[in-house]
Ligand binder design. Structure first.
Ligand SMILES: [Zn+2]
Length: 279
């Protein structure tokens, strides 16, 4: 059983075939999906939870959980009402994570200091609700490492405001180097690889994955974006997480069943959930 640790299944791009898309995931061996609750904008933050409730328990459908959070470039909208809404969502038993939150210095959008302040406010709420966090971190160039860049500004914030909670989280769609992976592991985070691991130019990322301990790994799709090489440029969906697991198995030199087993175990440990129970 695989778990897709990050998919935007609330996307309008699944409006026509969401149920069938989830059954395809089940057929591909995906036993669980974490539905990311950022919406197309913060006003739709609850959509992931709604979809989770709509499809939970249907036959031949993965177990579903949801998250809630305000994306870095939407942090300019973070007022008291939005923070209260986030807090209310994180109280729900199906909403097991706060995210995706973090820093994005790659695209033009919210000023960096607004992103950092928004991140800190959401960390407070996640800590109070005892929910692990899903971090999006993307630097000015691919690496994001260096003075004033995203990773180097992220770690001090997490070390000051998050590490002591012991709740951990996920570095989603990991794109950093080994140094960033190691610091994440040291802080109790899992490192999640997406379909870009399969791209021909991603050798540096595969080199990082090769060094990763099996108990620190997750796989995800970030669907509907970032389809793996075989489907690149098309709409992505949770079924395709199997392709990322396959290349990870090649990189680590282990059977793909072991990648599935280990990543599922890691997800269950972080969130105190059991896939295949309560469906
Ligand atoms: Zn995402």
């Amino acid at each position: 059983m695989l778990i897709d640790s990050h998919a935007h299944i609330d996307s309008p791009r699944y409006a026509e075939d969401r149920g069938a898309m989830l059954r395809r995931a089940w057929d591909a061996g995906v036993g669980g999906v974490l539905a990311i609750g950022i919406g197309e904008e913060p006003a739709e933050m609850q959509r992931a939870l709604e979809i989770c409730r709509e499809f939970q328990g249907q036959p031949e459908t993965p177990r579903l959980w949801a998250s809630a959070g305000v994306y870095p470039h939407e942090t300019g909208k973070l007022d008291e009402a939005l923070l209260a809404k986030l807090d209310g969502l994180l109280k729900e038993p199906e909403v097991i994570a706060c995210g995706e939150i973090g820093l994005d210095y790659y695209h033009e959008g919210a000023p960096h200091e607004v992103q950092r302040a928004g991140l800190r406010r959401q960390l407070e709420i996640a800590a109070a609700r005892k929910r692990p966090i899903l971090i999006h971190c993307r630097g000015k160039d691919g690496a994001g490492h260096g003075e004033g860049d995203a990773w180097d500004e992220l770690f001090p914030i997490l070390e000051e405001h998050w590490a002591r909670t012991g709740l951990g989280g996920i570095m989603h769609c990991f794109g950093g180097g080994w140094e960033q992976a190691r610091r994440s592991l040291d802080m109790g985070f899992l490192v999640s690889f997406a379909g870009n691991l399969t791209y021909p130019k991603a050798q540096a990322l595969r080199d990082v994955a090769a060094q990763m301990p099996l108990d620190g790994l997750l796989v995800e799709t970030d669907a509907p974006w970032l389809a793996p090489a075989a489907n690149r440029g098309k709409r992505n969906e949770p079924a395709f997480v199997a392709q990322t697991a396959l290349i990870l198995a090649e990189i680590k030199g282990v059977p793909v069943e072991e990648i599935a087993g280990e990543t599922t175990k890691n997800f269950e440990r972080l969130f105190h959930v059991r896939v295949g129970v309560g469906n």
